[in-house]
Design a protein around this ligand. Structure first.
Ligand code: PLP
Length: 373
């Protein structure tokens, strides 16, 4: 391995401190107000943020929960999905997408992805069985899945559509925000997300009042009013401090998303043609939670970047169907060829809104100078 050149500054894959310092005053004030209120669970900030975020997304109801994983699990449970059911999703995603399905007792059924890294809608119908209850597309890396044909298919087979929008706050499909297109949309506010809290958090959005009511029970002990438990619910609430932080940050989301898009545009312009750069689906707004390239000699390129003090990541190195945790499904190598091929070639570059033009130029320059492209 080559030695790391310590004389140049490091470009990290993400730097949350830069963003914090740009909004520090507002954040400190908002958090202080919560601390002084003495109310930390299901108070006015959660209520206000649920309204603000759901209306930003174009949905009627928002239910704040403890994480994106819980958003998915509770959404599935709100649709009465459980043991002996099947839910169609992808294997090229974050592990929680699949495990949230498993938590309910249902079985994830994986479909391959297309060149946009999202579910290949032409391969869904073959996987629908009598047990299928829902399709759970993932708007991966900030790119909307192809929702029109997917919803048409779901309607034809009487299936629910639950969107995993954990990586796509503010992304648009035909002018509509993702999360508002299917029956239920699920979001994570994990700190690195386009809209990230300073801890864990999540939200479910929907236009269906009955589903919203059920979700409110599910997240809070199944409680209709104090000490009256209609169902065996969970303890999964967004807290007041995180909601207060998110209310400040939501006002900046469009600006930050546009900065991510500008950064992506610049990378795509600068990188040599040997690098496969991300495509944006037609009539969509990709919000670049991640900027994912493909390269033939990915591992060597990643090492080369590391020696030049540029950190990268791989989202995700092992598809879920090949993870030990899912060996019980008995899906072997070769079953999802596109997903498996991409796993060996993909690499995420730094893309956060605060990244400078000089840093992007340096990253692109280092990649373009890699002799083995
Ligand atoms: C696509 C996707 N789904 C689900 C989740 C789960 O979100 P959380 O970490 O908030 O539980 C994440 C976050 O990592 C994600 O990226």
């Amino acid at each position: 391995m080559k030695e790391i050149n310590q004389s140049i500054s490091e470009i990290p894959i993400i730097d949350l401190k830069r963003q914090y310092y740009s909004i520090k005053e507002e954040i400190v004030k908002a958090v202080e107000k919560v601390l002084e209120s003495g109310r930390f669970i299901l108070g006015e900030n959660v209520k206000a943020f649920e309204k603000e975020f759901s209306s930003y997304c174009g949905a009627k109801f928002g239910i704040g929960v403890a994480s994106g994983t819980d958003a998915l699990q509770l959404a599935l449970r709100a649709c009465d999905i459980g043991a002996n059911d099947e839910v169609i999703t992808v294997s090229n995603t974050a592990f929680p997408t699949a495990v949230a399905i498993s938590y309910t007792g249902a079985r994830p059924v994986f479909v391959d992805v297309d060149q946009t890294y999202t579910i290949d809608v032409f391969k869904i119908e073959d996987k629908i069985t009598g047990k299928t209850k829902a399709i759970l597309p993932v708007h991966l890396y900030g790119q909307p899945a192809d929702m029109d044909p997917l919803i048409e298919l779901a309607e034809k087979h009487d299936l629910k559509v639950i969107e995993d929008a954990c990586q796509a706050h503010g992304a648009e499909y035909n002018g509509k925000k993702v999360g508002s297109l299917g029956d239920i949309g699920c979001f994570s506010f994990y700190p690195t997300k386009n809209l990230g809290a300073y801890g864990d958090g999540g939200m479910v959005i929907t236009n269906d009042e009955k589903i919203a009511e059920k979700l409110r029970l599910l997240r809070n002990y199944g409680q209709t009013k104090r000490y009256c438990h209609e169902i065996k619910g969970y303890t999964s609430r967004l807290d007041e401090i995180q909601a207060a932080v998110l209310r400040v940050k939501l006002k900046k989301l469009e600006t930050w998303n546009n900065a991510r898009r500008d950064n992506a545009k610049l990378y795509s312009k600068l990188l040599k043609k040997e690098i496969v750069t991300p495509i944006e689906r037609q009539n969509c707004k990709h919000v670049f939670y991640l900027y994912v390239i493909r390269a033939r000699r990915r591992d060597e390129l990643q090492e080369w970047l590391k020696t030049n003090r540029i950190s990268t990541d791989i989202h995700y190195p092992t598809p879920i169907h090949l993870q030990e945790a899912y060996s019980d499904l008995g899906i072997g190598k070769g079953s999802l060829p596109v997903t498996e091929q991409f796993a060996g070639q993909i690499m995420s570059l730094p893309i956060y809104p605060e990244l400078t033009k000089e840093e992007i130029l340096r990253v692109a320059d280092v990649i373009n100078n890699f002799v083995n492209l």
